[in-house]
Write a protein that binds this ligand. Structure first.
Ligand code: E4P
Length: 217
């Protein structure tokens, strides 16, 4: 299972990379805006900065919503760095663009997936990744994890190579449940990845081991 961090914050990306378990980064226009990165030039430079920190795929989202615009923008993004994955919205032209990029060997991440049918279409188009947003489904009283399980079953039934990139992760249990279901990748805030480190019995156990060591020395 791959671990991506879902942020445009360079310090957090460095921290996740330093932990040694990071396989990639996802961003979106909202995450860029949160870091105060605005304007096409700054955004493009920020993608390069991210690629220079992390080993692995870095999703960069197109802003265009028409086929020609997505293809043009996607090519510009892909030319920035060989780690860039072109992130496309789950709309008709996004699917057409995913097919085009698959044909010319550019990796894609089809984002804003909220149904199994959308994930099936994206896989048919040859998307490298699909991003089902499980937290946003949970937010509207719909079981996000069930969607991950449905997509897993469909992809396994037909041997689709598209990777399930579970997105909109809210907490550590989402990560653990995605691992049980067999999501290929999770993209998560750093806080949820760090949350996996914690158990009070680990802290209590370590404290006792150190205290007992000191008694004998
Ligand atoms: C995925 O690539 C998105 O950036 C992200 O996971 C969205 O999550 P949110 O629902 O926390 O905004």
């Amino acid at each position: 299972m791959k671990f991506f961090v879902d942020t445009a914050n360079l310090d957090q990306i460095r921290e996740a990379q330093d932990l040694g378990v990071l396989d990639g980064v996802t961003t979106n226009p909202s995450l860029m805006a949160k870091e105060g990165i605005t304007g096409a030039k700054n955004i493009l430079q920020h993608y390069v900065d991210i690629c220079n920190i992390v080993d692995g795929d870095v999703s960069a989202e197109v802003i265009a919503t028409d086929y020609e615009g997505m293809v043009k923008e996607g090519k510009e993004l892909a030319a920035l760095h060989d780690q860039i994955v072109v992130k496309l919205p789950m709309i008709k032209d996004g699917i057409k663009a995913a097919k085009h990029f698959n044909d010319i060997g550019i990796k894609t991440n089809v984002t804003l997936i909220f149904s199994a049918g959308q994930a099936l279409l994206a896989a048919k188009a040859g998307a490298t990744y699909v991003s089902p947003f499980l937290g946003r489904l949970d937010d509207v009283s719909t079981d996000g994890l069930s969607l991950i399980a449905e997509i897993r079953q469909i992809y396994d039934n037909y041997g689709f190579e598209t990777q399930i990139l579970a997105a909109s992760i809210r907490h550590t249990m989402h990560i653990i449940d995605c691992a049980k279901i067999g999501a290929d990748v999770i993209t998560s805030p750093l806080s949820s990845i760090n949350g996996l480190l914690k158990h009070p019995l680990t802290d209590i156990g370590l404290e006792k081991f150190l205290a007992d060591y000191k008694k004998g020395n």
